[in-house]
Design a protein around this ligand. Structure first.
Ligand code: MF3
Ligand code: CO
Ligand code: CO
Length: 281
């Protein structure tokens, strides 16, 4: 159920805003998906900050907290670190992160909804720092959660890891979707198709699409120097979805629970490297 959305939080003037803020949509400059080592350093810093923000917000989740309070924690952390919360004002999105509970697949808007034991909560937060975005999300369980739901969450993270491992240079991006879908199907989970991974870096969404299912439509070749996200959404029931009247919140049509995990990854000569990590090992 939608709750009440609080007034928009402000960002200090000295923090650089992405070009789309205050506009209806981003300008569709095709900026490409491969980056120089200097650019990669900047994406690395934005990604590490996004990962730290995600960790902080997730550590704050407990029964009784509102999703709006979680938004404020993520917002304040990014701003304190001189970053802009990429979702704030992105195509009109009103908050600094997405909170997607239970049957919400993605893009839930923080509001006065109270988190309760038995919920699963996905936090999706993106940092814009020094001209570059880093994007990540994860799902956490709150208190006593049904075992079938815990399994869904654990296996969705495993599906992401398998998708990452499949992202080898020289392969087509659909290999990522194939790895994710074939794993999910073992358990009979629904695989959401219409929301995808994406190129990320100078733009929040570059236009490059990373499918989470096996699709011959997506045949871009993975190359060293590329940066993109992988962010599978798996459901306990069917993968069909509805959108709320807020034009953002996406839920399963059958109201079955849905989990998601996301990393921003860099492709090196040797293979994929996760950039949205707190510690670089
Ligand atoms: N961070 C989301 C993604 O993984 C995008 C959120 S856009 C918003 O691509 F406007 F809904 F915030
Ligand atoms: Co993303
Ligand atoms: Co995201």
């Amino acid at each position: 159920m939608p709750g009440k959305i609080s007034p928009r939080l402000s960002v200090p003037e000295h923090i650089e805003k992405p070009e789309y803020v205050g506009k209806k949509a981003p300008s569709n400059n095709k900026l490409g998906d491969k980056y120089s080592s200097e650019e990669i350093e900047k994406i690395r810093r934005a990604s590490k900050l996004a990962a730290e923000a995600l960790e902080l917000v997730c550590a704050s989740i407990e029964p009784g907290i509102t999703t709006d309070q979680l938004d404020k924690i993520g917002h304040d952390f990014l701003v304190k670190n001189n970053a802009y919360p990429s979702t704030l004002g992105y195509r009109g999105f009103p908050k600094s992160l997405c909170t997607s509970l239970n049957e919400t697949i993605c893009h839930g808007i923080p509001d006065d909804t109270i988190v309760e034991s038995g919920d699963i909560v996905n936090i999706d937060i993106t940092a814009y720092l020094d001209g570059f975005h880093g994007d990540n999300n994860k799902t956490v369980t709150v208190g006593d959660v049904d075992e079938t739901v815990v399994d869904l969450v654990t296996r969705t993270e495993e599906a992401l890891n398998r998708g990452i491992k499949a992202a080898m240079p020289g392969r087509e991006v659909n290999i990522i979707g194939r790895a994710i879908e074939s794993y999910a199907k073992r358990f009979g989970y629904g695989v959401v198709k219409e929301f995808t991974g994406h190129g990320v870096g100078r733009a929040f969404h570059t236009g490059l699409i990373i499918p989470h299912y096996d699709s011959q439509q997506y045949r871009d070749v993975i190359e060293p120097g590329m940066v993109f996200t992988i962010e599978p959404m798996l459901t306990l029931g069917e993968a069909d979805w509805d959108m709320w009247e807020d034009d953002w919140t996406v839920t399963t049509r059958d109201k079955s629970f849905s989990a998601q995990f996301e990393h921003t990854i860099l492709i090196t000569e040797r293979g994929p490297e996760i950039l949205t990590k707190v510690e670089n090992d």
